[in-house]
Design a protein. Sequence first.
Length: 139
Amino acid sequence: MPAHDRRGFHGPRARTDGEFNDLWLTCGRAVDSARRLLVHGRAHVGGLIAKGDRDYATRVDLEIEAEIKAVLAEASPDIPFLGEESGGTLQSGPMWVLDPVDGTTNFIKGSPLCAISLALLDGGQPLFGIVDLPLLDER
């Protein structure tokens, strides 16, 4: 991505192209580390956690979020994290945003149409992201 497309990506400090590429690779590693949790968790959904009217989380949502958050914190400790399950505060600078099981209802019902969705935003605008459907082996 040309530098002019990342003009707003300053955070605590401006990043070089190499650092930006490292963040892209970190995003991929984080999602890769969580894929097995979704695949294995399909047979072990466990109890549901009610979040609101017809909105649920599972143990798998929580495990995936914890795994990805840990990988990102180790690789990019200066970038805040906002997770669907653990929350966080929307930042004006760069931040990671995660939906650990995008399509939780599908996941609960055994449908393979569920994904791990992770993005890096800056000022609320997406810089890049990954939507990975482990049960369909598609990214």
